[in-house]
Write a protein that binds this ligand. Sequence first.
Ligand code: SF4
Ligand code: SF4
Length: 441
Amino acid sequence: MSMSLPDSPFKTHGGVNVPHRKNTAKVESAVLPSPDTVILPMQQHVGAPCAPCVKAGDHVLVGQKIADSTAFVSAPIHASVSGKVIAIQKIMLGGGQLVDGVKIQSDGKMEISPDVKPPKIGNLDEFLKAVHESGLVGLGGAGFPTHVKLNVPKGKHVDTLIINTAECEPYITSDNRCAIEETDNIVNGLEAVKKWLGIHRVIIAVEGNKPDVIEKMTKAVANDSEVKVLTLRARYPQGAEKVLIQSCTDRRVPMGGLPADVGCIVMNITSTAFLGNYLATGMPLVKKRVTVDGSAIKDPKNVIAPIGTSIRALADFCGGYKEKPKKILIGGPMMGVSIFNDEVPIVKQNNGILFFDEKEAHKMEPTPCIRCGRCVNVCPMHLMPTLLEKYAKAKRVDDLVKLDVMDCMECGCCAYSCPAGRPLVQSIRFGKALVKARGKK
Ligand code: SF4
Ligand code: SF4
């Protein structure tokens, strides 16, 4: 018999209490009908961008591969609607990168490609190949190709799979709804990873503010004694990979290290559900559940939409705007990226789009640092944000490296707790870019 463990006994450093604002947690997800057009960017993952394998004028079907790369760290891209490729064009992503995109005019039929068949898997290599072919990347926001994550480096031994159901960002509830609506897929997905990677301990880690998820998942895994549901304290950033590993196992990933260094693999729950469905049906990653919320949107809900749908189409599907949004965020308010317009398409790893009115978008004017030390106390990575900001501004790259700037996961706890309203994360991002640029040279 499986069981639900009590609250995690393991303490982690730092973090902040944020208002949860999970307005859409109890609202059933709605399926967006086929949009008129989608644009599929060639960079929807960490790693090498894909190159299109279709051209303008081609007819494509749902699930058909339209782009791929020979690089190991990459993931193929599939058509999310059936219809005609009308252009290969440059498209600016939410983060500001200019990449190629395949624009498809939908024929409204959502006809499925004959290539879509459950994969035949008889060993670990075939499992990893199938995961690669599915186009799966970390769907919690990271976008790291899953076949790379599941390919445990030689010399490492993984004994624990953690299914990340923390979803600690305010507003975002897409993982929460996935756990309720796709429980069977989740169980199939985690059982497959367990089987092919030979893992005998699975922890489904859920924050305590999701009792319905805890109850449903506990029942779903009741027959597998190797799978446990673990309730975690609802505190941001509980879902950050390194924080989660420590909360679940009391193991600490070393600076610059990977989860496999401490015997763990962390998979997002939506990624796990997708995998379960893919292994059963062969349908690659072509749609995504996205939380649409914020003070400027009329009817907040989770929307299941074809990848490549414009953010504007999602907003329209949710009743449109109450007033023109002053700020649009891809992701949650802590780690999300502010975007310039609503024509940007959603990509694989997007899990939330927030639209804020003038009042909610109000930004505090920064004042000088008063050396209160709050930013240091709340940093889950034991960093010194105030010094990192100073060194980034002064372009002191050696000092940034000495202070482990690359270990900053950009969680935003420092900026959130700063009484002077200092834009610490932006400065630290700049500092990381300086270090990367020197590395390239
Ligand atoms: S954004 Fe970086 S420096 Fe700031 S609290 Fe998070 S990990 Fe620490
Ligand atoms: S929290 Fe803000 S004011 Fe306080 S030490 Fe850090 S940067 Fe300075």
